[in-house]
Each structure stands twice: as structure tokens, then as C-alpha cells.
Write a new protein. Structure first.
Length: 350
């Protein structure tokens, strides 16, 4: 079976799916949007067009839909699509909360259709480098992982700035950053989570969060996002007892740092610095730290749709399982709870 995709919502991501999914052999069967200007844009690309999701869902040629509408509409659209017998790929966040996702999953199960979420940042090379370090152990025992995303772009726009539409950065990027950590550390539980969430520039929705998670294997995870930290910090830091890895940006620039022999042989000594005497925190002498290039990783996002296609043809398991999607939503709920109460919490993990 070939995926004959109906794109519900032809905004930023709707256009992106329509343009890129065909790389995996997907046919774009139809597109819909309630806004005329968007429909004109779709028409210019030659897509079969509908004015509403309901009309698109009645098209027998569409066997799968991708939900690229604002977050608050994912559940409603999913239930309609399932009732129409279509497989569902929902954009992230799959739902506004765990309860909504459970309804979506139940409806898809009842209708005998497939449900997955477009957690596309599992294919990001910057993250996969950190995953490789964890899987292969070349940093020794990792004790901390920091995932940071800072931007000077400041303001969000349109529906993203309203709570009722599912705006805010926890929904927008928190879902990716949490999913990536759980993907890097499969089978590892969160024993404790503390979060701080702020509205720095936006009245209604969050635009800063810091999440600290203590993991059952001893790793401490720090996730920090801000739309308004103006000097970028490295996207990733992973530190183990055999080295430190820094990935500076999505572009995968960075290094592995290890102690050179010279530093290991230095006897403990007091060093005078401009800030006073210190043993551990003096500047490291030349040659004390050696750098290595980051490992190469291979990844192509097209694998997402190839996997969906293989699942629908009974050849593979889904790479984005609803159990994983549910766990991420549960962690997002724990983030809000911790931020509201000021207390550390233990998220639901199953
Ligand atoms: N995976 C990613 O990398 C990524 C990146 C950006 C956004 N997203 C997600 O994609 C989804 C869409 O975000 P976006 O940035 O494309 O938003 P957008 O505002 O650019 O596009 C949404 C489109 O949906 C249309 N729409 C609204 N209600 C509709 C309805 N009832 N029926 C049909 N069309 C309707 C709007 O007119 C608009 O064209 C969100 O869930 C968002 O979180 C994912």
C-alpha cells in the first residue's frame, strides 16, 4: 500500500510535509485549509484541494492524514479521521495532555487505523551524537547531559501566543527536548523532576523553562530553553568520567575534550589566579586538555515516512510509539506541576 496523504492545515508544517513526504514515496492526495489564502498557495502547487477537514476525510483516495493544524485541534481532527477510517500522523505535541492522547489512541484502535506522532527531532544529528556517546560509552560513565536551546528571536506569533490554542514553548519545543532525552536514555526512569517555567516576553504563554531530571542510572539531565537569551550556549554538553562532549549547534560543530597526560601527571598545587588561590579551578596549562573531533552520525528524516509506510505494510514496528508519546506528555504535565508547586515531582512513566 502506498501512503496517499491528506494534509490537514496548509500552514508552515503542512507545506513542509507536502513538499518533503514524497521523498519517501508518499503521494500527496489532497490538502485542506479553512483559510482562502492558504488554499490559493496549495492550488499553485497543483494539489487537490478541500475547504474543510470533513470534506478531505470523505475522499476515498486519502488513506492517511497528517494533522498540521494548531495543537488544540489535534484530538478533534484525529477522532474525525479515525471515524473516517484514515491512518493518522499527528504533528507534535500529539495532544494537549495525556487524557486527550488516550482518547485518540482508543478511537484509532477501535477504527483499526494507525496512529503516530511526528517527533521528527529524533533524526537530528546533534542529538544523535550525544546518543552515540551514551550508547558506545566513549565518555566513560556519563554523569550529566545538558540540552539547551537559546534564541534571540524573542517573540512568538499567531496562535502560538495563546494558551487555548496550545501555544507556548513547552508545547512547541519542550515536547522535542524531552522526547530526545528519553530517546537517548531508553529504559531509564526519571526518579525526580524539578522545573521552573517563566513568561519572560509573553503575557499568556511560557517562553523560558529549565527542567532538571534525576535519572535512575545516575545521570542528571538539564534542559533549558529560552526565546530570549542573546548569547547562545552550546546546544549539548555531555560529561563523563573519561571526557566531555560539546555540540555547539544544530550544525554539529563541537569537540570531545579529554585530559592530556600532562594534566594527569601534575601534582596537586595551589595556583594563584586573579580571583585568588585555587587547586581545582586554575586555568589549565597548555597541553593539559586534548580535543578530538565529534563522531560522524548518519541520519535522514525521510526515514520517518519510510517507517510509517513499512508499518502500514506490516513490515516494521513504528519508530514513534504511542507509549513513548504518552510518556513525553506525562513528563510535560509533571513540568507544569513542579513549576506551579515549586516542588520536585516524579512523573508517570509507563
Ligand atoms: N515537527 C516540527 O518540527 C514542527 C515545527 C513547527 C510546527 N509544528 C507543529 O505543526 C502544527 C502546525 O503548526 P504550524 O507552525 O504549521 O502552524 P500554522 O499556523 O503555520 O499552520 C496551521 C494551519 O492550519 C490551518 N487551520 C486552522 N484550523 C483549521 C481547520 N479547522 N481545518 C483546516 N485547517 C485549519 C490554518 O489556517 C493554518 O494554515 C502544530 O501542531 C505545531 O506544533 C511541528
Amino acid at each position: 500500500m502506498v501512503i496517499k496523504l491528506g494534509v490537514i492545515g496548509y500552514g508552515g508544517m503542512g507545506k513542509w510535509h507536502a513538499k518533503n513526504a514524497p521523498r519517501a514515496g508518499v503521494e500527496i492526495a489532497a490538502v485542506c485549509d479553512i483559510v482562502e489564502e492558504r488554499r490559493k498557495e496549495a492550488e499553485a502547487e497543483g494539489y487537490k484541494l478541500y475547504k474543510s477537514a470533513e470534506a478531505l476525510l470523505a475522499d476515498p483516495n486519502v488513506n492517511t492524514v497528517v494533522l498540521t493544524v494548531p495543537n488544540y485541534l489535534h484530538k478533534e481532527m484525529c477522532l474525525k479521521a479515525a471515524a473516517a477510517g484514515k491512518n493518522v500522523i499527528t504533528e507534535k505535541p500529539a495532544a494537549m495532555n495525556v487524557a486527550e492522547l488516550d482518547e485518540m489512541e482508543a478511537a484509532c484502535k477501535k477504527a483499526g487505523v494507525f496512529l503516530t506522532a511526528h517527533q521528527n527531532r529524533r533524526w537530528d544529528k546533534d542529538m544523535l551524537i550525544v546518543k552515540k556517546a551514551y550508547d558506545e560509552g566513549f565518555l566513560g560513565n556519563i554523569f550529566t547531559i545538558e540540552s539547551k536551546l537559546h534564541s534571540g528571536n524573542g517573540y512568538m506569533h499567531e496562535w502560538h501566543i495563546y494558551k487555548k490554542y496550545g501555544g507556548g514553548m513547552i508545547y512547541d519545543w519542550g515536547v522535542h527536548l524531552i522526547d530526545q532525552i528519553l530517546f537517548i536514555l531508553p529504559g531509564v526512569k526519571i526518579t525526580s523532576l524539578y522545573a521552573d517555567v517563566k513568561n519572560v516576553l509573553h503575557e499568556e504563554v511560557d517562553d523560558y523553562f529549565k527542567i532538571i531530571m534525576k535519572m535512575s542510572n545516575g545521570i542528571t539531565v538539564h534542559i533549558e530553553l529560552s526565546t530570549y537569551i542573546l548569547e547562545y550556549q552550546p546546544r549539548w554538553l555531555a560529561a563523563g568520567d573519561k571526557g566531555t562532549l560539546i555540540v555547539k549547534s544544530f550544525g554539529c560543530d563541537g569537540n570531545i575534550y579529554r585530559t592530556g597526560q600532562m594534566l594527569e601527571k601534575l601534582p596537586p598545587q595551589i595556583t594563584e589566579t586573579v580571583a585568588g588561590p585555587t587547586r581545582q579551578f586554575a586555568p589549565i596549562p597548555p597541553g593539559g586538555i586534548v580535543t578530538e573531533p565529534l563522531p560522524e552520525v548518519k541520519s535522514d528524516w525521510v526515514d520517518f515516512y519510510e517507517n510509517v509506510s513499512a508499518v502500514l505494510n506490516g513490515k516494521e514496528e513504528s519508530k514513534i510509539k504511542i507509549t513513548e508519546v504518552r510518556r513525553v506528555l506525562a513528563v510535560m504535565e509533571a513540568v507544569r506541576k513542579s513549576a506551579e508547586t515549586g516542588q520536585a515531582v516524579v512523573p508517570g512513566q509507563e
